[in-house]
Design a protein around this ligand. Structure first.
Ligand SMILES: Cc1cc2nc3c(=O)[nH]c(=O)nc-3n(C[C@H](O)[C@H](O)[C@H](O)COP(=O)(O)OP(=O)(O)OC[C@H]3O[C@@H](n4cnc5c(N)ncnc54)[C@H](O)[C@@H]3O)c2cc1C
Length: 304
């Protein structure tokens, strides 16, 4: 619950029409499940963020930073606190030679397309990842032959008290689907990509090839959060799940995709609880049959 006093104060920091109360997070996640957030603020001006953050921290309201919600499973009970959404309202992209400076809310697909138009190579892998630059940096998103670690030169973040800080590639401590920001309460506001000159047509052809492979192999016609599990060392999650006989297995409206067993999909009326239970069932069954422990790549928000 957000008190009237807090509601009035929030309007001093951000425009009233960017503050949404009791907002269903179903609308903001690619799984299309999840309950309400007490409050969701769509950040449209980075300069307003430090004071807003300072206030939220001072009054002690929990907050969560969301990009496009494409790697999140939000509880059916929603989120008690404020969701700060850094998405398409913060999407400036500026090219400077082989560097592209981008605000955190820009979609990776749009940045990859810009790089292609400029004849810059390195971001082809990101064209089909349905997240923001901020989410991609935090997750060290990657596909096919690339990941963010290879192309990020520096990242600008805000600390909890709203202090800006620039982190270089090494300080970001990128690892497999992780970065330093998963361990620290930083908010990514901007990122500089360092790319290489390339051939525009070859870049476009590579991006189209990756997109076609996705369409062919992934259940993009259903809501999901992409690969549900991380790739266990020496194995493929999808293969282990298929070999465990779980292709098409359902709990409520959640299903192990028969097209790609590494994806749990929402067939239409899934709840977050269905998906959570199915994740646990898959983990238990794969472990029982193969001895391999699957770790979710999807992040959980709220109480399950
Ligand atoms: C169909 C489909 C295909 C996918 N394919 C891939 C793939 O090939 N490779 C891959 O790596 N992923 C893939 N994903 C998963 C997802 O798109 C990526 O993890 C993406 O990087 C998440 O970005 P997001 O903006 O949606 O972040 P969110 O899901 O909103 O958030 C993810 C994490 O980042 C944090 N975060 C987001 N923005 C910020 C910010 N500005 N500052 C601080 N923290 C922030 C959140 O707090 C959360 O911890 C896929 C998802 C789908 C639905």
């Amino acid at each position: 619950m957000i008190s009237q006093a807090v509601r009035e104060a929030l309007q001093r920091f951000v425009p009233a029409d960017s503050i949404l109360y009791k907002e269903s997070l179903k609308k903001h996640t690619t799984f299309r499940v999840g309950g309400e957030a007490d409050c969701l603020i769509q950040i449209g001006d980075i300069n307003r963020l430090p004071k807003l953050l300072g206030y939220i921290t001072q009054v002690g309201i929990p907050f969560f930073v969301m990009g496009n919600g494409s790697n999140l499973l939000v509880s059916d009970k929603g989120y008690r606190g404020i969701v700060l959404q850094i998405s398409d309202k913060l999407n400036e992209i500026k090219a400077e030679g082989c560097r592209i400076r981008v605000q955190a809310g820009a979609f990776l697909s749009k940045v990859a397309k810009t790089a292609c138009d400029l004849g810059l190579t390195g971001l082809e892998f990101a064209a089909g990842i349905p997240g923001t630059v901020g989410g991609g940096v935090v997750m060290n998103a990657g596909a096919y032959d690339g990941e963010m670690q290879q192309v990020v030169e520096e990242v600008t973040v805000l600390g909890k008290e709203g202090m800006p800080l620039t982190l270089d590639n090494r300080t970001m401590e990128f690892g497999y689907r992780t970065s330093a920001i998963k361990k620290h309460p930083f908010i990514v506001t901007e990122c500089v990509f360092l790319l290489k000159q390339g051939d525009k047509e070859a870049i476009a052809a590579k991006m189209a090839d990756f997109q076609n492979r996705r369409k062919e192999k992934q259940p993009l016609e259903y809501p999901s959060a992409g690969s549900t599990f991380k790739r266990p060392e020496g194995h493929f999650a999808g293969k282990l799940i298929m070999e465990a006989g779980l292709s098409g297995y359902r709990i409520g409206g959640a299903q192990v995709s028969p097209k790609h067993c590494g994806f749990i999909i929402n067939t239409g009326d899934a709840t977050a609880a269905d998906i959570r239970q199915l994740i646990t069932h898959v983990q238990e069954e794969v472990y029982r049959q193969s001895g391999v422990r699957l770790e979710p790549e999807v992040l959980f928000l709220g109480d399950f």
